[in-house]
Design a protein around this ligand. Structure first.
Ligand code: GCU
Length: 431
């Protein structure tokens, strides 16, 4: 019986992996010639049909409308009574990387009651040896616990719920020390510190464990689901984004950090999250979407690789219930993902894809950056500067930037090097 189950499970995994990589034998479309014809919702025409002619009209009228459309139809609404005032406790600090960086571990409590779920924040800051300037930072959530992003033994193994993964010793939904450093390749701390950047991360499951439990755990346990016939309860992506904003509250209080130079970054589902965090919280100085795909940077109407129906079926808890109305019905959406990119304007946004990551639709990710340009134009800001997706490893763009990294779905040092350069360029301009 167990063998049979295991075999079926292995077949499903193999089917998924092969469809992700090659698209063969897959119900999903990986053929550009089979992308349906579609027309995108108008970015600069308001709900009452008037055309937006300048920034003021965008900021006063259309931007709030677009933000509300994403809230209502896709990500869900943060309840009005949520307490945004978190409590912070510094748990530990020390010097690392031959004293070139300071490590800070901080615990965030969701409200005044001590026993409520908490988020453990891990921060590395450059020790400003020859500079009096406060540092710029990147903030991003991680997938497997803070101890997986570094070999630093001072970072404790997460006690939060984790998805089982035998290869790193995660069993019974408990993390293990065997996983220490297994995601370090995604977090090049040395490179960031040497480039003058601080970096902060937290395990996304601290904010909301990533499984469909009917809105009972994580932040949802403090603000339980209330009946909402309009289907606008905040999904997990909205809770993770909200958590990023609360972490930002804290980072902005640090004296050695420049509060106007904190960028938000995320990979894959956490790239969807960083885009929504950037859209909802203008304090994020720049936004990075690493292979965010469907529900992130990729245009839904293209139905290339992962579709709305597929994402809502595999991960029903990521979005609000209302988003289910658009399963196999993308053209009925009053929004598409270029409008999510436009919500970030005039701040810089970087969209990255990988050449073998067809599941995330690199063309669709590129196009959403291109189709957001009319809003950047209102600010006189240059965007991608090219009409076609560039060849691998040839970054393009200005305020909207893009690259297609050679290789698989991942967040690698190549990607980080582009993000660091991008941030240096923009922060130098806005000094
Ligand atoms: C799945 C999912 C994607 C998501 C990815 C990830 O592949 O279909 O939408 O981006 O997981 O987060 O790793």
């Amino acid at each position: 019986m167990i063998d049979k189950k295991l075999t079926i499970w292995c077949i499903l995994v193999l089917m998924f992996v092969s469809s992700r990589v090659t698209g063969q034998n897959s119900p999903f479309n990986y053929d550009e010639s089979r992308v349906p014809s579609y027309s995108l919702p108008e970015l600069l025409i308001t709900n009452d049909g008037t055309t937006v002619a300048n920034r003021r009209e965008w900021e006063r009228k259309r931007r709030p409308e677009v933000l509300d459309l994403f809230t209502t139809h896709m990500f869900g609404r943060v309840p009005n009574h949520v307490d945004n005032e978190l409590r912070f406790e510094v748990v530990e600090h020390g010097l690392v990387l031959q004293d070139s960086a300071r490590r800070l571990q901080v615990r965030l409590f969701f409200n005044a009651i001590k026993d409520t779920p908490a988020v453990d924040l891990l921060i590395y800051l450059p020790v400003a040896a020859n500079s009096r300037d406060a540092c710029p930072m990147f903030l991003g959530l991680n997938f497997m616990g803070n101890h997986t992003i570094t070999n630093d033994p001072q970072v404790p193994v997460t006690k939060s719920w984790v998805r089982n993964r035998a290869e790193i010793g995660y069993e019974n939904n408990q993390a293990s020390a065997a996983a220490r450093g297994t995601s370090a390749h995604r977090w090049p701390i040395r490179l960031l510190i040497d480039s003058g950047f601080g970096v902060a991360t937290a395990y996304y499951g601290d904010i909301d464990p990533d499984f469909d439990d009917g809105f009972k755990n994580g932040v949802h346990s403090i603000y339980p689901k209330v009946a909402d016939p309009t289907g606008q309860q905040w999904g997990s992506i909205a809770t993770w984004s909200w958590g990023l904003s609360r972490i930002l509250d804290y980072l902005q209080t640090l004296k050695s950090v420049n509060p106007k130079q904190i960028g938000v970054i995320g990979h894959s589902r956490l790239g969807k999250t960083s885009l929504w965090a950037g859209a909802t919280d203008p304090r994020f100085a720049l936004v990075i979407s690493n292979e965010s795909g469907c529900g992130g940077a990729a245009l839904s109407r293209r139905q290339f690789g992962e579709t709305v129906q597929r994402i809502n079926t595999s991960f029903p808890h990521w979005f609000c219930d209302k988003f289910q109305d658009y399963n196999a019905n993308e053209n009925a959406l009053p929004i598409d993902q270029h409008m999510l990119i436009a919500l970030i304007a005039p701040r810089p946004v970087y969209i990255a894809s990988a050449s073998e990551d067809l599941w995330a639709d690199p063309v669709g990710e590129f196009l959403s950056g291109r189709m957001a340009q009319p809003v950047y134009d209102l600010y006189g800001l240059a965007g991608l500067g090219v009409k076609m997706k560039p060849e691998p490893n040839q970054p393009v763009g200005n305020h909207v930037a893009y690259h297609l990294r050679e290789g698989k779905h991942n967040l690698l040092e190549y990607d980080w090097r582009q993000y660091i350069e991008f941030a240096i360029r923009h922060y130098a301009r806005n000094k």
